[in-house]
Design a binder for this molecule. Sequence first.
Ligand code: GLY
Ligand code: MN
Ligand code: MN
Length: 454
Amino acid sequence: MQAAIASQDWVTVLHRRRQRLAARVNFPVVLWAGLPSPRNFPANVYPFRASSHFLYYAGLPLMGAAIHLQDDRLTLFWDETPPAAALWHGPSPTRDAIAAKIGADAAYPLSELPTFARGAASIAAQDAETASAQTLLRGEIVPSHDRALAEAIVMGRLIHDEAAIAGIRSAAQVAMRAHRAGMAATPSAKTESAVRAAMEHVIIAHNMTCAYNSIVTVQGEVLHNDRYHHVLKTGDLLLADVGAEAPTGWASDITRTWPVSGRFSPTQRAIYDVVLAAHDACIAAIQPGVEYRDIHLLACQTLAEGLVEVGILKGHPEDLVEQDAHALFFPHGVGHLLGLDVHDMEDLGDLAGYEIGRDRSDRFGLCFLRLDRILRTGMAVTIEPGFYQVPGILNDPARRDRYRDVVNWERLKQFGDVRGIRIEDDVLVTVTGHEVLTADLPTAAPAIEEMVAG
Ligand code: GLY
Ligand code: MN
Ligand code: MN
């Protein structure tokens, strides 16, 4: 339950969300919470995480439940836990108690759902068991509504209400503490895993979970690195992309990169400052009405300018961006939507990230852009420029040939101790511009050094 919000207010928040959905759809909707996936056998499951669409409208991670929404009426379908299950899982509340908590108008066992599901639209489930329950109901559900439902949900979830912002804020607070703990633990840590443990300790101790698999790596060029066994060596940079998820499901997503020794080398510092300039320029440009794609291009332009200045790229920054030369070192988008999912609503493909009528570019420098929308008040996004030396890109003969004259390959060799740097913050678009929800965690190189060494 939303800790900071009194239960009646919470019911009001949920009711308003449903009203906003009802204003956009003229058909009934069924949303499933989903079930945990088994780890090889049913009694040993991966941690349960309710579907974010369910969570948004029902407010509780109620395993196995479904809700039926019509106009602003909510009907809950959920099977009470049999008394014998209390031996393993403890006592559980009654269906009526849960219905009251979320402001449901009625509540029934799941077996009643087919009667209500006629003509309803739904969103595809992520776990196999719920997906097959959906398939069984498919005859009762009108599939042509599904796209219209997805679009309506996107329009609701894109703009965060106060309760959502409070949730993201609480997750951001804990993630910032986790990063401080990771930096403080580094001088005495022998491996990446020890730093990861220090960071996740903070998240778990706050009764939160990780919003995604933590990245804590000295091989920062592997963008979503999921290994933690490397020994930390003086001279390494450690890239930590670690975010917390509040019990209500709201996510945060932070990356900091710090020197294991507590001091950046001159080459590391030079590139760090280039990435930081891009990060700062992008955040400064965030306000309602701005195209997020232009924020991405601003990151590309600022990185290109910085890389020309340090002698890695040659030419005019505008031309370099035009040729996608920056993408040799920054091959991903500058960020994404943030909400109940760390890449919010990415289960719907690009429906949330891309304005209707827009498609992903096939350009090397734009194809990984996850968000191409006009920013509006209440949206939360990440800003996460980076610099990476990815062997698969830099040693690719076709790319080396294409960018032969715009990269100073000899100069680049002097930056061998910079494998990957990313600086990532969470930003709320406000009426007057923006608020950095993760601003209490410094980004400037001297402050980073102090947090590690001090
Ligand atoms: N943590 C994954 C990302 O930054 O997109
Ligand atoms: Mn991110
Ligand atoms: Mn991240």
